[in-house]
Structures are given as structure tokens and as C-alpha cells.
Write a protein that binds this ligand. Sequence first.
Ligand code: PGA
Length: 253
Amino acid sequence: MRKILVLGNWKMNGCRQSVSDLLSDLVRRFKPSVGVELAVFPPYPYLYQVQTALAATGISWGSQSASETLAGAYTGETSMAMVADFGATYVLLGHSERRMLFGETDAIVAKRFKVALEHGLKPVLCVGETLQQRESGTTLATVCQQLQSVIDLVGTGAVARGVLAYEPVWAIGTGLTATPQQAQDVHQAMRRQLAATDSKAAATLQILYGGSVTDANAYDLFNQPDIDGALVGSASLKADTFLAISRSAAIIQ
Ligand code: PGA
């Protein structure tokens, strides 16, 4: 049985005070449940605050990005080795905002996935189609290509050492969620793609849905056979909605 994973992507939001308030709310109200795991992804300057507050709480944390380059003269970059050294569990990779605003190509994302694994991090590979791609009927071709570029570099077994997140670009931050069936169809297609070369890896890989997930729609999404959790943006900035989403997961498990 795959665990349900609920990840909170804070993006570029927060200040020391709001992070402190959110963390104390989370720590005070979080009740661990078997089969459900939570993690948050703060901006870099707040990683230390998060690490300190969440130590021994059962809530994990990770970085929103990291460079595949190991070290050296790369002003403004943070390496996988540093993120791992700092004790993170996860690193997000290939989020559509990174792909579209910061030029992260499939090749870069695949390289980062490999380097993340080499450093003991669990990479969360984000894939998703634009509205135009959905309307032109190329959703599956788009996401399967994004996934394939990582499979080609590291192999299917290694992909399953990370996490996959399907995030339709048109659903991110828009209030438009994919229907549970639309999401299930894409998740199933990706699981079949992995099963073509490694059925065990396909069966164990957690595939999350992301894009306007709230406490109102989480249960129906988690109820689909191939949806193993959520990558949550804006609803993760408040402890009550984030924890309500994780309670929906706990009901399903
Ligand atoms: P959203 O963001 O929940 O605010 O739509 C999701 C994401 O970008 O990971």
C-alpha cells in the first residue's frame, strides 16, 4: 500500500513572523496518522527556522529547487549537496514555474533528478500540460515526454526512488482543479508508462496531484486509485487548510 503524501509548496511567500506563526500552528495541531506523510517547502532563508521547528515532529521538509552543479563560482545557486547537508528530505524539481520562468528544460530537470538521488534526497518530479496542450489533445504526450526524459537518464527503478507530481499548468493558482477523473487518467497513463519497463517500480511510485488543491476537493482526488497525495500551493500557507487536506488523506488510508 502506497503512503499518501501531502506536500506544501510555500513558493516565494512569507516573512520570519508569518513562517514562525505557521510553524507553531502546524506543530501544535498536527496529529500523525499511519499511512500519511506531510512535508513543507519554504523559501531558502526560512529553511533553518523550518528545520528547527519541525525536528522530531514527524513533518518533513525540503527545498523548492537546487542546482545540479556540485560547488563553485555559481552566484545565487544552492547545490543539492548543500540541501542534503542541511538535512532536507525532499527537493522539488521541474515545477512549471521553474520550467516557464527560469528556463528549466527536460534535460536540466533529468540531470537534477539524478544528482538529487546521488545526494540521498528524494526528488519530487513535477510534470504537467498547459491549457493549450490540453485543448489540442496532447496532454498525455506532454507529460509522458517530461517523465520519459528522466526515465531515459536514470532508469525506471530510480524514478521510483523519488516522487512524481502531476500538475496541470492551467490548474496552478487558478482555482481550476482537474476533475478527479481527469487527474486519474493522467496518473494511470504515467503508471502504465513506468510499468512497461518495471512493474514493481510503477506499483510503488507515489504520484501526487497538484493544482488548486483545497480541503474541499482533496478527498475526491485522494479517492482515485492512482492518486497518492497532493502538492499544495496556496492552501498550504494556512495550517488549518493544510492539515484539513492531510485529514482527508487519513480518512482514505
Ligand atoms: P496551487 O499551487 O495549489 O496554489 O494551485 C500548486 C503548485 O504550484 O504546486
